[in-house]
Design a binder for this molecule. Structure first.
Ligand code: FES
Length: 151
């Protein structure tokens, strides 16, 4: 026989309940489900019902999105967990470290891009030879002009 406490523990949430608890729009919750980030079951009235672990998943999704992590990357991280379980505190530690490294790389790239943009402000040449934004990966420019690879 289940106690009142255990019945409360297994109580599921409606999509409106999830939206209210997470501050995420119902449409976004449906979208996360379509993308495989969260799951629900249907009750007898064909309404979605979510277990409470969905709140943690959505919290992680929101934080990761703020860091610029794509939904695709988040889904891959969730799928990499054993039995695709909801991330534990230890899992979150690992994910957040991994995403911090990715964020550091993005910050370095954006800082470099900002510095290049500073050279362009007030110029307007958009030269393939000299504009760092127009041809940022021109690694062959140091070897001379023209079709270096075909000489
Ligand atoms: S626009 Fe002239 S250097 Fe980029």
């Amino acid at each position: 026989m289940k106690t009142k406490q255990s019945l409360t523990t297994v109580k599921e949430l409606s999509v409106g309940g999830v939206a209210k608890r997470t501050g995420v729009a119902i449409s976004a919750i449906h979208f996360y489900e379509v993308k495989g980030l969260i799951t629900s079951r249907r009750n007898q009235g064909n309404q979605r019902r979510y277990t409470h672990d969905v709140l943690r998943r959505i919290a992680i999704i929101k934080v990761a999105q703020k860091m610029g992590v794509s939904l695709q990357e988040i889904a891959a991280a969730f799928k990499a967990l054993p039995r695709q379980r909801t991330p534990t505190k230890k899992d979150w530690d690992s994910l957040s470290r991994q995403w911090k490294e990715s964020l550091d790389v993005k910050i370095r790239l954006l800082t470099h891009l900002r510095d290049d943009l500073s050279e362009c402000i007030g110029c307007g040449c958009l030269s393939i030879d000299s504009c760092p934004l127009r041809n940022p990966d021109d690694v062959l420019s140091s070897k001379g002009s023209g079709p270096i690879l075909f000489q």
